[in-house]
Write a protein that binds this ligand. Sequence first.
Ligand code: ATP
Length: 351
Amino acid sequence: MGIEVKKITKKFGSFTALDNVCLKIADGELVALLGPSGSGKTTLLRIIAGLEEFDPAAGTDILFQNRSVIGNKVGERRVGFVFQHYALFRHMRVFDNIAFGLRVRRGKDRLPANEITKRVMELIRLIQLDGLEYRYPDQLSGGQRQRVALARALAIEPKFLLLDEPFGALDAKVRQNLRRWLRRLHDSIKLTSVFVTHDQEEALELADRVVVMNRGKIEQEGTPNEVFHHPKNKFVIEFLGNVNLFHGRMDSGDSSSDSAGQGTHIPYFVRPHEIDLYRENPKAGGIQAVVRRVQLAGAIAKIELEDTGGKDVFVEMSHEKYAVHHFKPGESVFIVPQKKVVFEFAEDYNI
Ligand code: ATP
C-alpha cells in the first residue's frame, strides 16, 4: 500500500474538520480528494504530509508503504508538495527555486554542486521550460510558475506528491493542458500522488480514483466511472455534475440504482443527458414542460426547461439529436426520463 490513513479525526475547537477518516492509496495511484469548500480536503492532505497534527485516539495511524510515519518530521516523509498559495521564492531565478530543496540538505544527503545542476536541468527539460531557467518568477506566466512549483517539489525525488488545488488560479485552457501534463508526469516517474480539488471535472478527468468528501467524512470512493455512474447517495450525485430531481412513480421497468421505490411515489434523480424530449405526449406519459433556453455552443446541445410546477429541468443531447427536433424557447414539450436513480436511505430524500 502506498499511503494508508487510519481513523483520523481532527477538531478545531468544537468544530470537527475530519471525522474518523480511513483511506487507502495504492502505490502508483493518482487520487483526487474532491469536495466542497470546508469539507476537510486540505486538512487531510496536510495531515498526510505531516504539516498538521491530528487528535490522538486509539487505532489512529498514517502509514507510508506499510510503515507508520507518525513521529516522522515532514522532511523525513519524502513528500513533495505543491500548494496553490505556496508561492515560488520571488527573489530566486527558476533554476535556484528548483535547486532549493537540494541545496538546503546537510550531511551525507548533500549532493555535489555539479550533481545538483544536472538534476535541476533535467527537471527544467521535464517541465518544458528550457531556456527560461534564469528568469525570475514574475517573468513567467501563471502556468509556467505552477510547473516550476512542481519541479521544485520533484527535485528531492519524492515518492509521494501532494497537491492542493495546484491549478486553482489558472484559466480554463491552461488548467486543461497542465492536467494532462501532470497525468503524464505522474505515470512516467511512477509517483503516488494525491491532489485536492473542488472541481469535479478535474477529479474525474485526472484521477485513477476519486474520494468524495463532505463535512469531514468520505461519502464515497471509487474510480471516476464508479462514482459518476453509481453514486451512493444524494450528495455524491449532486456534487458530480448537473442532475434533475423529480417526484413520481417508479415502474418495474425503470433502471434505478436499487428497487426501493418501485410502484410508490418517490423522488428520483436523472442526469441531463438521460432525458428524452417529445413534442407529443408519448403513450407512457411524459412530464410537461416549457423550453426556456437553448444553448448550442459546445460539444452538446443544452436545453433549459421549466415544468408546470415552476421547477427548472436541464437536458443535454447530441447536436444530431437536437437537429431532428429543433426545440425552441417557448415551446411546450414532454420530458421522459430514461435512467432514474433512487436512493435507499430516508435522509437522501430530505430535499
Ligand atoms: P477549501 O476547498 O475551501 O480549501 P477544504 O475542504 O480544503 O476547503 P479544509 O481547509 O480542510 O477544507 O477545512 C475544513 C474545515 O476546517 C473548514 O470549515 C475550516 O474553516 C476549518 N479549519 C481549517 N483550518 C482551521 C484552523 N487552523 N482553525 C480553525 N478551523 C480550521
